[in-house]
Design a protein around this ligand. Structure first.
Ligand code: ACO
Length: 322
């Protein structure tokens, strides 16, 4: 039976032009290209230019997604922007994106779930489209994450980069197995001390820097991500063999491999872009999705499984058909 569903009509991405290589980092802190590549798979990351804001990155990805979807900005009535690095404390960065795209109708707001942000934003937009509240949504993940890094802390500064990615979601009638199919999103606030920023508006009055117990995050990541994926598959009656492409949050090649191995996923189905831009937090899933759609690996009709885990802890998985 057909119901109102949301469909991904197009994707887009943007990476700032400045590139910081592992060799560049080795001149800044006590690290090496060999260590970074072996432990993370990362080769380089992009850094936003001075004065280039999260909303600027988001607008570039949004324009790309709208062009690929063949949809005009004025048709968009919902913007859900996932970010941990907003332009300002308020208003929401999504409203800056709305203004820069010349949109004066509908609603725009931010979602904060760190690296899981894009999946939380997609679940939010999908629910609102299915309820009939809006018709056409821009779901964006955008970060100037390098602005909250402590450049003297080698255990975190080598991992992250800046970037943005976007998807246009549109409401239409469809079968259960079409369009956006299922989500599973979860948080556990008792683990917030393992990955956080040591500042905030109401605590220190400062922005703060990323602090992380990397090995603890790694351990929880593989378990939580695998559990979220199992929930999504059980919910929909699909099996891991039905999945055409696995588009994970791009945190670390070893987490990608660990999850794929635990689930029995064929490595040839895993989309990995982490080497080229590091962990771009909320931007990483749409960046990877757009890469694999652009190079024609992911085709219309393919079943895509996505997952993420980040600060909070927050984590989740999504299943959708292109
Ligand atoms: N270069 C060289 N050595 C380093 C570096 C570096 N950049 N960073 C840490 N080390 C050293 C440590 O000091 C330690 O040295 P010691 O043994 O002398 O004490 C050694 O390397 C091992 O440190 P570990 O932290 O145990 O290294 P590990 O193998 O766990 O790798 C890493 C670290 C890459 C951070 C890993 O734990 C990881 O990827 N964790 C997951 C992080 C993540 O994906 N977070 C995602 C969410 S982020 C978000 O939501 C915003």
């Amino acid at each position: 039976m057909k119901t109102t569903k949301s469909f991904i009509r197009g994707t887009g991405a943007y990476l700032p032009s400045r590139v910081l290589s592992n060799e560049d980092l080795a001149r800044m802190v006590d690290t090496s290209d060999e260590w970074i590549q072996e432990r993370t798979g990362i080769r380089q990351r992009h850094i936003a230019a001075d004065g280039e804001l999260t909303s600027d990155l988001a607008v570039e990805a949004a324009k790309d997604a709208l062009a690929n979807a063949g949809i005009s900005a004025t048709d968009v009535d919902l913007i859900v922007l996932a970010t941990t690095t907003p332009d300002q404390t308020f208003p929401a960065t999504a409203t800056a994106v709305q203004a820069k795209l010349g949109i004066t109708t509908g609603a725009a707001f931010d979602v904060q779930a760190v690296c899981s942000g894009f999946l939380f934003a997609m679940a939010t937009a999908d629910s609102m489209l299915r309820q009939g509240l809006f018709k056409t949504a821009l779901v964006i993940g955008a970060e100037t994450f390098t602005r909250i890094l402590d450049w003297s802390d080698r255990s975190t500064c080598v991992l992250f980069g800046d970037g943005s990615g976007a998807a246009v979601l549109q409401a239409a009638e469809g079968e259960d197995h079409e369009g956006v199919i299922a989500h599973h999103i979860r948080t556990d606030g008792t683990k917030s001390n393992l990955l956080y920023v040591d500042g905030g508006v109401s605590s220190t009055g400062t922005v703060g820097h990323v602090r992380m117990q990397g090995n603890q995050v790694f351990r929880h990541a593989v378990t939580n991500i695998s559990s979220a994926i199992e929930h999504v598959l059980q919910q929909t009656g699909q099996t891991i063999e039905d999945v055409d492409w696995f588009v994970p949050h791009q945190a670390n090649q070893r987490i990608l491999n660990g999850v794929a191995k635990r689930l029995g996923l064929d490595e040839s189905k895993v989309v990995s872009t982490v080497a080229m831009h590091g962990n771009t937090s909320a931007a990483s899933i749409p960046l990877a999705l757009h890469t694999a759609i652009s190079d024609k690996r992911i085709k219309t009709g393919d079943l895509v499984l996505s997952e993420a885990m980040g600060g909070g802890f927050s984590w989740g998985a999504s299943l959708f058909r292109l």
